[in-house]
Design a binder for this molecule. Structure first.
Ligand SMILES: [Zn+2]
Ligand SMILES: [Zn+2]
Length: 340
């Protein structure tokens, strides 16, 4: 089968890979659509020594396609079903975390595209418990966004504290940040969206952001604080992973506010004294829980949210290098692959 490997140093090699094996409880999916996630870009840029053994694993975790063979033991998924991989953290299926849908906490989890061959190959094999049948109201392209970015944003928003009002600052307007803008507007929140790139701010505005700002100028934090009569925003979703943005996010909060860290990055020096009197909370959000995935899927299926505007250019897998460069520039929303 056709597939791509990341050997390191921003190279992507399209090659012929052995057809995957299907074990009991697994389903085999022929891709129709997939996408490029920020995590893929991290893996792509790693040095060959950092890649190590993972250089032989097909990257990618946004899997959408049809089931072409099934060793299902439950009948939950059948050959021909249109499915999406509903978690990139494939849990053991046995532990208490897995039983409550929190596969991201599972100590035996395997990550799609890191430990298990992922979505840069035309056939993907995953346990049936890690896929969800896509309802007819949801397109393949929307399902790609849901597979990671949209469900991640949904999960992160559950941790944002709205106790002081309904104003959210979203820092970093990649596909996760843009998904958060759409979801927060659906929930009735006002949104201030922050990113250095003008095209991303325009996109956020077109998706319903009430204010957009570029970070950097010293006044920008004060400008955001003044948007709320409490002198700060109740919640920040930090989606960029940049250390400065994480630190800025803390300074935007109203007393009692919460900053949710979603973007992955080098981390920041915690100013704990600054947090004490206003009793600020920093929390982190990783992969969504299965019930959150189902909730976000239902929102798409009943057209409660419109995400088409987040979806950017579509490439063939043969143009994977071009597609990765495009995603790395991060100018126009989610970059997708069409496998049909
Ligand atoms: Zn992802
Ligand atoms: Zn488990």
């Amino acid at each position: 089968m056709k597939g791509v490997l990341f050997p390191g140093d921003s190279r992507a090699v399209l090659t012929d890979l052995p057809k995957p094996e299907v074990a009991e409880g697994d389903v085999e999916i022929r891709l129709t659509a997939s996408g490029i996630c920020g995590t893929d870009l991290h893996y792509w840029r790693e040095s060959p020594s950092a890649r190590g053994g993972r250089a032989g694993v097909v990257p990618g975790h946004e899997v959408v396609g049809h089931v072409v063979s099934s060793a299902s033991t439950t009948g939950h998924v059948r050959v021909g079903d249109r499915v999406v991989a509903s978690t990139l953290h494939v849990g053991c299926g046995q532990c208490s975390y897995c039983h409550r849908g929190a596969t991201t906490y599972c100590r035996l989890k395997r990550i799609l595209g890191r430990d298990l061959n992922g979505s840069y190959g035309e056939l993907v094999v995953v346990p049936e418990r890690a896929v969800t049948v896509i309802p007819s109201g949801v397109s393949d392209r929307e399902a790609v966004l849901l597979a990671c970015n949209l469900s991640t944003a949904y999960s992160a928003l559950q941790k944002a504290n709205a106790a002081n009002g309904k104003l959210l600052a979203v820092l970093g307007l990649g596909p996760v940040g843009l998904s958060a803008v759409v979801l927060a507007r659906y929930l009735g929140w006002k949104v201030v969206a922050v990113d250095p790139q003008p095209s991303r701010r325009e996109l956020a505005q077109s998706l319903g952001a009430d204010w957009t700002l570029a970070p950097g100028a010293p006044e920008y934090i004060q400008e955001i604080r003044e948007l709320d009569p409490n002198g700060g925003v109740p919640a920040v979703l930090e989606c960029s992973g940049a250390s400065q943005a994480q630190a800025d996010g803390l300074r935007m909060l109203a007393p009692g506010g919460t900053e949710v860290l979603v973007g992955s990055g080098p981390g920041f020096q915690l100013d704990s004294d600054y947090m004490l009197a206003p009793e600020l909370t920093i929390t982190a959000s990783g992969c969504c829980k299965t019930y959150e995935f189902d909730d976000a899927l239902a929102l798409l299926n009943r057209r409660a949210i419109a995400v088409e505007g987040i979806l950017g250019p579509t490439f063939r897998i043969e143009d994977v290098g071009l597609a990765l460069e495009h995603a790395a520039n991060g100018n126009d929303g989610k970059v997708l692959f069409d496998w049909t």
